[in-house]
Design a protein around this ligand. Structure first.
Ligand SMILES: Cc1cc2nc3c(=O)[nH]c(=O)nc-3n(C[C@H](O)[C@H](O)[C@H](O)COP(=O)(O)OP(=O)(O)OC[C@H]3O[C@@H](n4cnc5c(N)ncnc54)[C@H](O)[C@@H]3O)c2cc1C
Length: 315
């Protein structure tokens, strides 16, 4: 078994480290920031392959992750909940390829949906990020993984200065700069506002809303309300006028949210790429593997892609 350094401690780095350690490797995570201070902490985080190409690999990883998260939901301490909800579609030919990974789903239409919309009702995992990322970090530590907080400025220096046998770059939006061979990665800015939960359990997403991307994801105490999908924007600030527009849209979609107190607000940059990158990367002094570019689907693909990395490392 090998010594492996994973760069990144967001949902992807932690999950990859978990699976490598579970396979018997000695794993060290190096990350500039803890998961709680990463994009992963901003996510909604509903199981759905959003802002990623629905390739066969993505759908396979989404299916593996669905199953794993469903099993984890049996223990409330993980922060994973199985929740029913609706994916709205406002086009005549919506891409429903993702339903292949969801055991329980059905097409719906009618007067309870916005005019002209159809939808798919299904039950999927919803991850309470604050609870889950803490649980995942503890699970990783329990498997013997070592964590260090430090920025990596040069992958070559990390390789030369570390005794590890192999390296996994799972640094989200920081990955392309570290690898230096990728011009296909870009941010998609997302802003959310979290409201007090008036008792909702059902989530709803309305990507094609003519007023703008809209979603409502109830967690335990709060409801994540979004959102925006600003392609190419590096702006991490929360903008009050954007929040006002989000509140208007979610109030129209779910009237019970009108007037609910704002508990917190956030903006984050989804680490997008023309396609998710999970592969061995040639040209380094030791084996290097990439696992990044998960767009708006890092939670949705995490366990599946961690399994792929573990297979690549073990090969
Ligand atoms: C508003 C919003 C809503 C979302 N909703 C969903 C959803 O409903 N479902 C879903 O599945 N996904 C959702 N996402 C997407 C999800 O958050 C991301 O896909 C996921 O967090 C990516 O995880 P990551 O570990 O790759 O990146 P990050 O969480 O960004 O973690 C990157 C890690 O790498 C480290 N790092 C970066 N550069 C370096 C460096 N040079 N040296 C050392 N460390 C470095 C960072 O410090 C951090 O630890 C949403 C995102 C946003 C912004």
């Amino acid at each position: 078994m090998a010594g492996i350094t994973v760069v990144g401690a967001g949902v992807i780095g932690l999950t990859v480290a978990h699976e490598l350690a579970a396979a018997g490797h000695r794993v060290h995570i190096v990350a500039a920031r803890d998961a709680a201070a990463s994009v992963s902490a901003v996510a909604a985080a509903l199981w759905f392959p959003h802002d990623v190409q629905h390739s066969a690999q993505v759908l396979s990883s989404a299916g593996v992750t669905y199953d794993r998260l469903m099993r984890l939901s049996a223990d409330p301490a993980t922060g994973v909940r199985m929740r029913s909800g609706t994916v709205l579609a406002r086009r005549p030919d919506p891409d429903l390829s993702w339903t292949s990974a969801v055991p329980d789903h059905q097409r719906v239409s009618g007067s309870r949906l916005p005019a002209g919309a159809s939808g798919v009702r299904c039950t999927v995992p919803v991850v309470v990020t604050g609870v889950y990322l803490g649980w995942l970090r503890s699970a990783v530590v329990a498997l013997g993984v070592r964590l260090s907080t430090a920025p990596v400025t040069s992958l070559a220096e990390l390789i030369d200065g570390s005794g590890s046998d192999a390296f996994v770059v799972a640094a989200g939006l920081g990955s392309a700069a570290l690898l230096g061979d990728d011009d296909q990665a870009y941010p998609i800015r997302g802003q959310v506002v979290r409201l007090a939960n008036p008792g909702l359990t059902e989530w709803i997403t309305d990507d094609d809303n003519p007023q703008g991307l809209t979603y409502v994801v109830p967690r335990d105490q709060d409801v994540v309300c979004g959102g925006t999908g600003d392609v190419g924007s590096w702006d991490e600030a929360v903008h009050p006028q954007v929040e006002a527009a989000i509140l208007e849209r979610v109030g129209a979609l779910v009237p019970a949210l009108r007037g609910q107190p704002v508990l917190s607000r956030a903006a984050g940059l989804r680490p997008a790429r023309t396609s998710v990158r999970v592969e061995a990367v040639a040209g380094h002094r030791k084996p290097v593997f990439a696992c990044y570019g998960h767009g708006g689907a890092g939670f949705t693909l995490s366990w599946g892609d961690a399994a792929v990395v573990t297979r690549l490392v073990g090969a």
